[in-house]
Design a protein around this ligand. Structure first.
Ligand code: NAP
Length: 257
């Protein structure tokens, strides 16, 4: 159904673990060259080795523009093009407002939102030269649609990403570059596991499909946005959450048992 993009190159930030690892594996299976990026080279390389010979690891803190430029240079050097950027790296430390410090706030905004600007800026010269590019941002339902105590800074960063892409998509349209966002619900990852078994069980109960999402659920949406067939979709976002944002009350969930 979809034209093959085998031989194209994708950079996946936060690709060593969790959702990013799932995205990297899915694109690898679709025949892409994959640059797996995280702050820890050993973990990025371990994930790349699991994906196969067309994948490799690179260490960068993606909140740093210069590090992102080095990341883009490595992709061009190793693979000759940058066709897709999956700007996925992110953190979600919790801090309620009575204890949240300016440093806490800045750390989350810098890691999640400034990194979107930095990684996108770094790949643009290559994409503009080719007059083709796909940028897929991992946002969240938390912030743009929902809230959760402890995550005011996180929610602001994830809503901010959507604001960023709406203007960026206009600026990039003349260059054949699209930019869209996937908004995951609760996806089973190393990061989410860190929130504890009680959180996972209660969260599962609040999802109409009664399961947490898999990294493949998000990767499939990212691969769709990256496809040639998605050429006319830009500046948009898609919720992938098993229906989590739909119930208007606990009663709505109780109705389905
Ligand atoms: P995760 O399992 O904790 O993995 C995070 C990844 O990001 C790791 O590869 C980590 O590697 C990397 N990373 C963190 N800070 C970085 C930085 N400054 N520079 C480069 N890489 C960095 O997290 P996840 O659950 O997969 O979440 C991934 C994305 O999905 C995030 O943007 C998150 O907001 C979003 N999301 C997740 C869920 C969920 O349910 N899991 C829901 C909604 C949205 P290093 O530590 O080695 O750098």
């Amino acid at each position: 159904m979809f034209e093959s993009l085998a031989g194209s190159t994708v950079i996946v930030t936060g690709g060593s673990k969790g959702i990013g690892k799932g995205i990297a594996a899915r694109f690898g299976a679709a025949g892409f060259n994959v640059l797996v990026v995280s702050r820890h080279l050993d973990e990025a390389e371990k994930t790349a080795a699991e994906i196969g010979p067309k994948a490799s690891g690179f260490a960068a803190d993606v909140s740093d523009l210069e590090a992102c430029k080095a990341m883009a240079a490595a992709a061009l050097d190793r693979y000759g093009s940058i066709d897709v950027l999956c700007a996925n790296a992110g953190i979600f430390p919790a801090a309620k407002l009575d204890v949240m410090t300016t440093a806490d706030f800045d750390h989350v905004i810098t890691t999640n939102l400034r990194s979107t600007f930095a990684s996108v800026s770094a790949v643009l010269p290559a994409m503009k030269a080719k007059k083709w590019g796909r940028i897929v941002v991992t946002s969240s339902i938390t912030g743009p649609i929902t809230g959760y105590p402890g995550w005011a800074h996180y929610g602001a960063s994830k809503a901010g990403q959507l604001g960023f892409i709406r203007t960026a998509a206009i600026e990039l349209a003349p260059f054949g570059i699209t930019m869209n966002a996937v908004m995951p619900g609760n996806i089973r990852t190393e990061g989410l596991d860190g929130l504890g078994a009680d959180y996972l069980a209660k969260m599962e109960g609040s999802i109409p499909q009664k399961r947490l999402g898999s990294v493949a659920d998000i990767a499939n949406a990212a691969l769709f946005f990256a496809s040639k067939e998605a050429a006319y979709i830009t500046g948009q976002n898609i919720v992938v959450d098993g229906g989590q944002v739909l119930p208007e009350s606990l009663m709505a969930l109780e109705e389905i048992g």
